[in-house]
Design a protein around this ligand. Structure first.
Ligand SMILES: CC(C)CCC[C@@H](C)[C@H]1CC[C@H]2[C@@H]3[C@@H](O)C=C4C[C@@H](O)CC[C@]4(C)[C@H]3CC[C@]12C
Length: 416
């Protein structure tokens, strides 16, 4: 943990004692993150189901690989896009709100649906995010750009451990599928697929009341085209004196990681440099200063009752005005309705039908199996911690409009 003496406490004076008790409670906590009670000033009014949008807040970078004819350069553009998403995924709350916050724990079936509108050459990019499991909590997502034949799908769950701070192992993976420029969009065999593994993380700055995320260990991006990227994360003090440091290489599987074609080094939260190891040419990417494209959502009243912003509307408003009694009343309404739904399902011997995703046996996805085996990733699937291995059902999304679920708003305890 960082323990700079000059770091100022960000804890509001009236919250100092509750923060102190919270920090003490962490050492002995052993539930899942969603059941952790945090002091009000650290609560976010945003649900975790919204975080899937962080994957494509730079739509032009997201589709860039599909415009590149050379497979080596395509793999590099995938690595560049992935690295650009890290700032979005893990810094957004700290930069906007002053620190990391505890997100709302999505309910089963919660949806977050939006699009990055048509933007000249980039075209329209759409997002569907769905809470596919509540115990354990797991979110699945699909991001599609039809114009360029690019699709990202994946799912996330978190396994937490606690000692002097919060350590999180992310369970799940993402699959990026690209249609190279010369390929036929309608022929799945001509697509290129990239398996992306997710970083472990821990929370720094807890004792000062200004928590932020630090990434750890190694992740990989493995492609059916024979290229692999390996990304090593480290915090302040190991490889460099700067927080959020990483070092990445891109290599050809047949040549091995001792012969990298490109390297990328720097801070994922700020600036990093990509270097061609043969020509020594470099490119600098400024993650912190690259403008994002805002995601467009339907107006609240046109949203489905299961869409996140609409469903959590009262809770979010109460959090923002700091009215914890109202937070608790509004949250209980959703939680009780969910309990009732689960009870009815149990009595009928039914399971909640996911709207856009389905649970698969990993063996059913041959491309995934091939990529995962090559990296020994299968042993890390831990599908018991994510309620299963989840895959997008694109046919369910075609022309889909609210209402998305057979059960009406009464199932959520919400008024129409
Ligand atoms: C701040 C502290 C007191 C509460 C702990 C909050 C904890 C539950 C939050 C903090 C950071 C969150 C990460 C977030 O950085 C980004 C992502 C990426 C996204 O694609 C999937 C979710 C995940 C891993 C968040 C999970 C919830 C975290 C760990």
């Amino acid at each position: 943990m960082t323990s700079s003496k000059d770091q100022q406490s960000a804890i509001p004076p009236q919250s100092r004692s509750s923060w102190g008790s919270f920090i003490k409670s962490i050492a002995s906590f052993n539930g899942d993150l969603s059941s952790m009670t945090a002091p009000p000033f650290i609560l976010s009014s945003t649900s975790l189901v919204e975080y899937s949008a962080y994957w494509a807040e730079h739509p032009a970078l997201f589709v860039a690989p599909a415009k590149e004819p050379d497979p080596e350069r395509r793999a590099l553009l995938v690595l560049k896009w992935f690295l650009s998403t890290l700032h979005q995924q893990y810094c957004t709350r700290s930069e906007k709100l002053g620190s990391e916050k505890k997100p709302l724990n999505p309910f089963l079936g919660e949806l977050f649906i939006g699009k990055w509108p048509e933007d000249g050459e980039t075209g329209e990019t759409t997002l569907i995010s769905e809470q596919v499991s509540h115990h354990p909590p797991a979110t699945a997502y699909a991001i599609q750009n039809e114009k360029h034949g690019v699709e990202l799908q994946g799912y996330n769950a978190q396994k937490a451990s606690f000692s002097s701070t919060i350590y999180i192992k992310q369970i799940g993976h993402a699959l990026l599928s690209i249609t190279p420029p010369s390929a036929d969009k309608n022929d799945p065999a001509q697509k290129e697929t990239y398996l992306i593994t997710l970083p472990s993380l821990h929370i720094e700055g807890l004792i000062y009341g200004s928590p932020f995320v630090e990434l750890e260990k190694t992740t990989r991006i493995v492609s059916t085209s024979g290229y692999t990227a390996k990304i090593d994360y480290s915090g302040k003090g190991w490889l460099s004196g700067k927080k959020n440091t990483f070092s990445a290489i891109l290599y050809k599987e047949s040549e091995g990681e001792k012969k990298p074609l490109y390297t990328a080094d720097g801070q994922w939260s700020d600036t990093f440099v990509i270097k061609n190891t043969r020509t020594k040419e470099t490119e600098t990417y400024m993650a912190k200063h690259t403008k994002t494209t805002p995601l467009m959502l339907a107006p609240l009243d046109e949203q489905d009752l299961y869409e996140s912003r609409r469903a959590w509307r009262d809770v979010a408003a109460a959090i923002e005005r700091g009215d914890m009694d109202a937070v608790s009343v509004a949250k209980s309404k959703i939680e009780n309705a969910q309990r009732q739904l689960r009870k009815t399902e149990k009595e009928k011997g039914e399971e909640w039908e996911r709207r856009f995703f389905k649970r698969i046996n990993e063996g059913e996805d041959e491309v995934f199996m091939k990529l995962a085996k090559s990296q020994g990733y299968l042993t890390a699937l831990e599908s018991d911690k994510s309620g299963g291995v989840w895959r997008f059902q694109p046919e369910r999304a075609v022309g889909a409009k609210p209402p998305y679920h057979k059960v009406g708003g009464e199932g959520l305890g919400l008024s129409q």
